[in-house]
Ligand binder design. Structure first.
Ligand SMILES: Cc1ncc(COP(=O)(O)O)c(C=O)c1O
Length: 437
């Protein structure tokens, strides 16, 4: 017979539902909050809702890449532990593919680290470099994972806004979201350790210009900051715009870690393969952290990612993929134009910010508890998903509480979906007409 749990001193039965207190670090960085991905996940929305919310593709990776995964699975070595730095084939492929873009011969032993997605790579950098109370500057809106990844490692996020396009701009592009360099300078304190620069940017689509990056570089040099260049969308830059790597600016290599993702490059977000490129002084401590966090990244899919990078140039893969994304982007832009709704034309990444201030919905609509008490954008996105049948993500989630009102004017639509899905969404958007004030 199972033994009975002990009772309290007076024989009363004890509440055993919460015996072990969890770490206080979970109380920071919104780690326990009901996150936007859960609220707007497909299971909570009408069954036939078209999902333009979360940023993952509804198409498979290229066949020649998945074939390489199959080959690896049928081999022996790639079914076992890899070196914590990553499999040598992938490190060699990263060296060949990216070396010329960094104008240097990358050292596969000390300047490249394969990680479990960009996300774990970034987490490992925070673990390796942050002391308790160190400040990390991030531009708002920001990729939401940064926040708990920083606070779990004792860091303190400091927010600097990307200023939205002025009302007078009739057809804004992501270039109309601007930084104020003086504002950035004012955000620096003696505790500032790091700055995250995400270009092309999620969710704005902004591709930082050389002159913006030069201003950031000047500040990084002046205050001795570590720069995390989150460039996971580097292969998705449109309209002939140049993707400038901050690591290539004078003096910046020594203080910059550049983050990449096979998930974004090869439509394989579930593979969890990413990489860091940086000098030895940054990779070495990060490797020490990463080795303790995951030890190594899954091996067969490293082989597949290597095969992707090895063949990409000859197959003109990234050129073709870019053109496909431009076509996808156009489908949404065309319908928003037709409806007369303002949006930010993204010059990179795969998100469009739609200005939803003119979308009029009844305040007494039967909204679930999860969106009540949040920004207006949560209600607007919920309303659009249920009435029009297309889901999106409310942008206030990408802001700190203090500045959430800036994000409330926007919904983020992901266009990493096949053209049929986007055309079906465009058709549904016609129903939005009657809700535009
Ligand atoms: C800006 C940015 N950085 C990093 C990541 C994480 O990439 P991965 O899936 O490789 O971890 C994402 C994913 O959405 C992202 O948007």
């Amino acid at each position: 017979m199972a033994s009975q749990p002990p009772n309290g001193p007076n024989g009363q039965s004890l509440d055993r539902s919460n015996l072990i207190r969890f770490s206080s670090r979970l109380k920071e960085g919104r780690a326990l909050a009901l996150d936007v991905w859960t609220i707007f996940s497909a299971v909570n929305l009408p069954a036939d809702c078209i999902n333009l919310g979360q940023g993952y593709m509804n198409f498979a990776p290229p066949k020649w890449v998945t074939e390489a995964a199959e080959v690896a699975l049928h081999d022996v070595a790639p079914n076992h532990y890899s070196h914590p730095r990553g499999r040598i084939r992938l490190r060699e492929a990263i060296k060949s593919f990216y070396g010329p873009q960094f104008n240097r011969e990358l050292d596969v032993e000390s300047e490249i680290l394969v990680t479990s997605g960009a996300n774990e790579g970034q987490y490992s950098v925070f673990t390796a470099f942050l002391e308790h109370g160190d400040e990390v500057i991030m531009f708002e809106p920001f990729f939401d994972q940064y926040l708990p990844s920083v606070t779990f490692n004792g860091g303190k996020p400091v927010y600097v806004p990307l200023h939205p396009p002025k009302d007078s701009v009739k057809k804004p592009t992501s270039d109309d979201w601007t930084i104020d360099v003086e504002e950035l300078r004012r955000a620096i304190s003696p505790r500032t350790k790091m700055i995250i620069v995400n270009t092309p940017h999620n969710p704005v689509g902004k591709v930082f210009t050389k002159s913006e990056l030069e201003s950031i570089a000047t500040i990084a040099e002046e205050f001795n900051l570590l720069v995390m260049a989150d460039e996971v969308y580097d292969c998705l830059v449109f309209d002939g715009k140049e993707h400038v790597r901050i690591a290539n600016l004078p003096g910046m290599w020594d203080r910059t870690v550049t983050v990449g993702s096979a998930g974004k490059a090869f439509a394989a977000t579930g593979w969890r393969i990413g990489w860091l490129i940086a000098p030895k002084s940054i990779i070495q401590p990060t490797l020490a952290a990463s080795t303790r966090i995951v030890f190594c990244t899954n091996s067969p899919l490293q082989e597949a990612a290597a095969s992707g990078l090895e063949q990409a140039k000859e197959r003109k893969f990234f050129e073709i993929q870019r053109a496909e994304y431009e076509e996808r982007r156009k489908i949404l832009c065309d319908v928003f134009d037709e409806l007369g709704l303002k949006y930010t034309l993204p010059e990179g990444s795969y998100f469009i910010l739609l200005d939803i201030s003119r979308v009029d919905f009844p305040e007494d609509y039967p909204f679930p508890e999860s969106v009540l008490g949040r920004g207006r954008d949560f209600r607007a996105c919920w309303f659009i998903a249920t009435e029009v049948g297309v889901s999106s993500i409310p942008v206030s989630e990408f802001y700190c509480e203090e500045h959430a009102n800036i994000g409330e004017a926007y919904a983020r639509f992901a266009f990493c979906k096949d053209v049929d899905t986007l055309r079906a969404a465009a058709k549904r958007f016609q129903q939005l007409k009657r809700y535009i004030a």
